[in-house]
Design a binder for this molecule. Structure first.
Ligand SMILES: [Zn+2]
Length: 348
């Protein structure tokens, strides 16, 4: 097939759904004999499959961090290959996209956890001096969703993947807000489509919580739904808003790495509270999904929490993130206090 990666854009209105294969024991089908392969992965997922991997890879590249400088250095050491396999979670998939782009290779994504939607999206999420940036458009040729492989991961690393779907609840509110302020183009049909995806999430909440095959398939299919909106709209506004920016600032302030969905769960509760946007109902849904929404889950003390919120507005303004609820909130001491109490009450 023709490789259609691009460094000039990070979305594609002519996007077509990648070939998604669901099943058990799919490792032998990741690549074919004759392919020359680079694997982008991490220690744990690689150890799960290396003995069953169908060919001997030319190289196995391990995720270090997502800083562009690191990616450039890693890419230089990769020989020409016909296929790049991203095996693992979000960082492995973003690293794989970067290598596939540079090597003009086909991209095969194999999620072993689903803590974020990077296995399905085409934009590469990187960090530049600690700030999240999306670069380039990289079309996956194939996504292999191996239930038996994914079920070897801790369940929470799969169910929290739904955080990147539930994020739409607060993100589309932000999108509408931004458009009402003349900051953004709005398209009702994609807004409606996002709402439809959210109601599918609600219908399958218990399957997701239990990490059944159907739950896993639902998360991947709903990711694809958002990927399609993002490609056609030319922005991921329907899925990424203030809840994500909160998550990014937690990482920025604490300089730690987190399970993406865990940060999102808290960001979603904070923003739905500030937006006066179905807070109680959303809290119920997070709980049914098996999400924790109290601050102890992410080990964030009161002092750090306060720092994250008080710097949030300048973080989004200086970082050039989308206009959102954050731009219209004064994170003064009283507001921070109120949010802290609200989240601490959510100790299920
Ligand atoms: Zn996300």
């Amino acid at each position: 097939m023709k490789v259609e990666h691009s460094e000039e854009k990070y979305f594609d209105p002519d996007w077509h759904r990648p070939d998604v294969i669901y099943g058990n024991n799919l490792v032998s089908r990741i690549v074919e004999s004759g392919d020359t392969v680079a694997v982008a992965t991490m220690e744990i997922p690689w150890n799960l499959v290396k003995d069953r991997f169908p060919v001997k890879p030319e190289t196995v590249v391990f995720v270090q961090n997502m800083e562009l400088e690191t990616l450039k250095t890693q890419e230089k050491n990769v020989p020409p290959v016909s296929v790049v396999v991203g095996l693992g979670g979000g960082s492995s998939h973003d690293l794989a996209k970067y290598l596939a782009l540079k090597k003009k290779a086909r991209l095969v994504q194999v999620p072993t956890i689903l803590s974020a939607d990077a296995s399905v999206t085409s934009a590469i999420g990187i960090r530049e001096k600690g700030k999240v940036k999306y670069i380039a458009h990289v079309n996956a040729d194939r996504i292999l969703v191996d239930f038996s492989l994914i079920r070897q991961a801790p369940k929470e690393l799969v169910r929290y993947g739904a955080g990147d779907i539930l994020s739409s609840h607060t993100a589309i509110y932000d999108w509408k807000l931004a458009s009402s302020r003349g900051k953004e183009r709005f398209e009702q049909r994609y807004y409606d489509e996002a709402r439809r995806i959210l109601s599918n999430l609600e219908r399958k909440q218990l399957e997701i919580r239990e990490v059944t095959d159907e739950g896993i398939r639902t998360i991947v299919e709903l990711y694809l739904g958002y990927a399609e909106i993002a490609e056609k709209l030319g922005s991921d506004r329907a899925q990424e808003g203030s809840e994500h920016f909160f998550a990014y600032n937690v990482e920025h302030v604490t300089n730690k790495q987190y399970v993406h969905g865990k940060l999102l769960a808290i960001g979603i509760m904070i923003m739905s509270y500030l937006q006066n946007n179905d807070f109680e109902k959303t809290l119920g849904l997070t709980s049914s999904l098996g999400f924790e929404t109290n601050l102890t889950t992410i080990g964030l003390g009161k002092q750090d929490f306060s720092r994250v919120l008080k710097t949030l507005r300048s973080f989004v303004e200086e970082g050039g993130y989308y206009y959102s609820t954050i731009n219209e909130t004064d994170f003064d001491t009283a507001t921070v206090e109120k949010l802290y109490e609200t989240l601490c009450k959510n100790d299920h």
